[in-house]
Design a protein around this ligand. Structure first.
Ligand code: 5BU
Length: 250
């Protein structure tokens, strides 16, 4: 990126979290604000997708509990691809319990998320102290959802943002609107060719979420992994997302 844009993008957001800084660094280097959501259900599909979209993304968003044949060989292979292609591993676990239970879900069980995830999502419904258990990871707080009829109304969003801004391990928030410059903004529900699905999902274009909501990172699932050529469509979302992001800064 030209130096003035680099300076602008870094200075506009006052991000202190090391994982947030790393994400910005990768975004500027790769000229991408794209996070691919890998909602596939086998290790083979996941690794293939990671290889294909890797060059175009800043992070790969995962739902590890939907993988039928989960193993730590999968984690090792994913980490290797992430290192080679320079992207972060983002587990969209959407924690939403008391701190003690979240800690067990984060560190223990089959997936041992704490041992490999760079970033995780968490609801903030249990309050600020419940988030303290997420150590050595970038927390992305869910303050607003993309789906039709979500209960995250204006009142909830204001309170959730307040919790997110007060927690030092929170680096960003998921929302469908502009938020403060102290947090990175992540927006799912992004698709170029569809308006939604039959299960409540609602889509916006990369242009809309970057220019109207001032989104920092667009999250794209089916738009990429269900397309005929995942690499090609990741490239398209990368270009569209990055151009819209630069225009939103100017
Ligand atoms: P899609 O295939 O682009 O619709 O996938 C969207 C992904 O983002 C999917 O993994 C969801 O779990 C995730 N998501 C979302 O769609 N909306 C939200 O508000 C949140 C997460 Br939070």
């Amino acid at each position: 990126a030209p130096p003035e844009i680099k300076r602008l993008a870094l200075e506009q957001k006052k991000i202190k979290h090391p994982v947030g800084k790393r994400l910005i660094e990768i975004a500027l280097k790769k000229q991408s604000n794209l996070i691919a959501s890998a909602d596939v259900i086998t290790s083979a599909e996941l690794l293939k997708l990671a290889e294909e979209v890797g060059p175009h993304i800043v992070a790969l968003k995962l739902h590890m509990d939907i993988i039928q044949d989960f193993s730590f060989e999968l984690i090792d292979a994913l980490k290797k691809i992430a290192r080679e292609k320079e992207f972060l591993l983002f587990e969209d676990r959407k924690f939403g319990d008391i701190g003690n239970t979240q800690e067990l879900q984060f560190k223990e069980g089959i997936y041992k998320i704490a041992s490999w995830a760079d970033m995780i999502t968490s609801h903030v419904i249990a309050g600020e102290e419940s988030l303290k258990v997420f150590e050595n990871v970038g927390v992305v707080a869910i303050v607003e959802m993309s789906s039709k009829g979500t209960l995250t109304d204006d009142f909830y969003i204001t309170k959730a943002l307040n919790v997110a801004e007060n927690a030092s391990n929170v680096m960003g928030a998921v929302a469908q609107r502009k938020i403060s410059d102290d947090l990175l903004l992540f927006t799912p529900g992004v698709n170029i060719s569809s308006a939604g699905d039959a299960k409540g999902q609602q889509y916006n274009t990369p242009e809309r979420v970057c220019k109207n909501y001032h989104t920092d990172f667009i999250i794209v699932g089916r738009g990429i992994y269900q397309s005929a050529d995942a690499a090609e469509s990741a490239k398209e979302y990368q270009t569209k997302g990055w151009n819209a992001y630069l225009e939103s800064l100017g």
